[in-house]
Write a protein that binds this ligand. Structure first.
Ligand SMILES: [Fe+2]
Ligand SMILES: [Fe+2]
Length: 157
């Protein structure tokens, strides 16, 4: 659904709440993968991705604090449905599936997850963010692109 994100009605603060949950989901995904990998080089590479997701989460939460808000750790019903359908349910599904034992399939899922995150941030960037937030959001999008690229390299190795 990368081409059809419609975020127009949502406040940027609520989208940042959602982004923080998405980043936590990415962090947990990489943490689970790291626990199963034995090659130190691949482990280190995945730790780098995991830690960048933590930095991204901090950025989104910091934006809320700057706006005088306390992060709630949740979103309203409209975004909740989107968050569940696009991020949390696919993650739960992959954890419950026997495919989770297949590292290549899990890495391929990671690539798709990064791509979906990029679609979400691209929509949020063009429709909802304030001009002073664009440079940071662009940097995060570039880092997610880099994650996708690094996952591709691990898959090919
Ligand atoms: Fe991220
Ligand atoms: Fe990422």
């Amino acid at each position: 659904m990368d081409s059809s994100w419609s975020l127009g009605e949502y406040a940027i603060e609520e989208l940042f709440e959602m982004a923080a949950i998405v980043e936590q989901g990415g962090f947990d995904f990489y943490a689970r993968l790291i626990a199963r990998i034995s090659k130190p080089q691949v482990k280190n590479e995945l730790k780098f991705l995991r830690d960048e997701e933590a930095t991204h989460k901090s950025f989104f939460l910091e934006q809320l604090r700057k706006a005088g808000l306390t992060p709630k750790g949740t979103v309203g019903p409209g975004l909740r449905a989107l968050l569940d359908r696009e991020f949390l349910e696919p993650l739960e599904k992959v954890y419950a599936s026997r495919d989770v034992a297949d590292t290549d399939k899990t890495l391929a899922f990671g690539v798709a997850l990064e791509q979906k995150t990029i679609g979400f941030y691209t929509a949020l960037r063009s429709g909802n963010a304030a001009s002073e937030q664009l440079a940071d959001i662009d940097r995060i999008i570039a880092e997610e692109e880099n994650h996708k690229k690094r996952l591709g390299i691990i898959r090919a190795s």
